[in-house]
Design a binder for this molecule. Structure first.
Ligand code: GLN
Length: 482
């Protein structure tokens, strides 16, 4: 039989597996075939796992086992892609870097152990910007990922491979990581849904660290409902990550909804003035019009310090990057190059193993943390971070959601920004605030791509209070219809 993979959702595949319309092995075979056809051009997967069919066989055995209640396992037998910075035991996990090209993970990330318990099928590791530093997947040591809607354009980044696998129907869902927008911006560019959870909602154990106070793992999928299913499977407190929280109790303690039948939506119009593509503004305005039509109250809000958020991010993030990257010294993991002595080994290894953008951020981060500059840059950025958080908290006393575009432009051309770091960094203008504040944010398509260059996908970003993913899902489903 031929399985229709086009925009296949977790919910539809789950129903079909339950009814026995096809098996997980057949579904996995169909995806492997799709990867074979599409991946040579798109380059979304770095590796496809040889044991995918074996994993699917195990899922089929569980499905057949009558004692097993499939209703409680919505992800059983569902094939997915995993970003290459999330460890899967026994598999090479390179973070798209030469320095880890041959590094085989010795343990599972917590999200992977959780998904294994659910019985998902891991199809492979997906391409990304090296160590998640970038917004286009052009910084991968293993080639760019092309946008499935228009292959002259980028898929976004850094989780470009994960977003493209879903957009090209080569996985039902995927996992990405998001430090400053890396789930939401590629989701926006590829016309799919992406969630950056509340900081601490999902364990970071086993995700290769970029900026530890900003990083979160989250799902990319076709629908908001699918995002919710995956989020529920991966979230939770974890003894291996001291920053994790139990968001079910957290949410009930902290969320006090404004009164009213529907959540109130806030729009920071003052922040939507410059440097935004007209196609994005048009799509955004029609999304707001459709919220109004559905009976939502829309309020203009002020976020006085939001214009500093990109500056704050590009100080705090490289500071954290520079300390996290110190562990890649050619001794403990991956590549080793010999120099004249121990110190030279270290230099040679890092010179050969790390790409330009990673080196740029290590230099920047080391500078802002160095004595004499620490107070002027790092401490000041942290003070402004606190002011931005206070702005958002104040805004959330009168609205339940804050809505902006996800990115200032649709997918740009491959090569267009790769030699201009500042214009690449400006792509993160709307996404970094959720990482700075730790609040959850969801990107949903508000302009659907039509594969004709004129209608590239465009994403709408919804941000909610800490721990209030529930409102993101409810409003996201109401908007998209699924
Ligand atoms: N584009 C942003 C950056 O380059 C975001 C990266 C991320 O979220 N991993 O820092």
């Amino acid at each position: 039989m031929k399985i229709d993979l086009h925009k296949l959702t977790i919910q539809k595949a789950h129903e079909a597996l339950k009814k026995g319309e096809y098996t997980s092995v057949q579904l996995t075979q169909a995806y492997l075939e799709q990867i074979k056809n599409k991946n040579p051009e798109i380059n979304a997967y770095l590796k496809v796992f040889a044991d995918a069919i074996d994993q699917a066989k195990q899922a089929d055995t569980k499905i057949k086992n009558l004692k097993f209640n499939i209703e409680n396992f919505p992800l059983l037998g569902i094939p997915c892609g995993i970003k290459d910075n999330i460890l899967i035991q026994g598999h090479i996990t390179s973070a798209s870097s030469k320095i880890l090209e041959n590094y085989r993970a010795t343990y599972d990330a917590t999200v992977i152990s959780k998904l294994k318990k659910e019985g998902v099928v891991f199809l492979g590791h997906t391409n990304m910007d090296e160590f998640a530093m970038g917004g286009s997947t052009e910084n991968s040591a293993f080639g760019v990922t092309k946008n499935p809607y228009d292959t002259t354009r980028v898929a976004g980044g850094s989780s470009g491979g994960s977003a493209a696998t879903v957009a090209m129907d080569a996985a039902v869902f995927s996992l990405g990581t998001d430090t400053g927008g890396s789930i939401r911006q590629p989701a926006s560019f590829c016309g799919v849904v992406g969630l950056k959870p509340t900081y601490g909602a999902v364990s970071r154990y086993g995700a290769i660290a970029m900026g530890s106070s900003l990083d979160q793992i989250g799902p990319i999928s076709q629908t908001v409902s699918d995002c919710e299913v995956v989020f529920n499977a991966i979230r939770g407190k974890d003894i291996h990550d001291g920053t994790t929280i139990d968001i079910t109790t957290y949410a009930s303690k902290h969320v006090s909804k404004t009164l009213g039948a529907k959540p109130v939506i806030g729009v920071p119009r003052h922040f939507l003035k410059e440097g935004i593509d007209t196609a994005v503004i048009d799509a955004f305005d029609s999304a707001i019009a459709s919220f109004k039509q559905k009976g939502y109250e829309i309020k203009d809000i002020q976020l006085p310090n939001i214009s500093y958020s990109l500056l704050v991010y590009y100080i705090i993030m490289p500071a954290e990057v520079s300390s996290n990257m110190a562990r890649f010294d050619g001794v403990k993991y991956g590549l080793h190059k010999d120099g004249a002595n121990g110190i030279q080994d270290y230099f040679e290894t890092r010179r050969a193993g790390l790409g330009r953008e990673v080196i740029r951020r290590i230099l920047l981060g080391t500078y802002v943390l160095s004595s004499g500059y620490y107070d002027a840059y790092y401490n000041r950025a942290n003070a402004v971070r606190a002011m931005i958080i206070a702005d958002f908290q104040k805004a959330f006393s009168s609205v339940d959601l804050i809505v902006t575009p996800t990115a200032p432009s649709p997918a740009f051309k491959i090569g267009e920004k790769s030699n201009d770091p500042i214009s690449m960094y400006l792509e993160d203008i709307f996404t970094v605030t959720a990482n700075i504040t730790g609040m959850p944010a969801l990107s949903i398509p508000c302009m659907v791509g039509e594969n004709d260059n004129k209608h590239l996908p465009i994403g709408l970003q919804l941000t909610a209070r800490h721990g209030d993913e529930a409102t993101l899902f409810a409003v996201g489903k109401d908007f998209l219809g699924e």
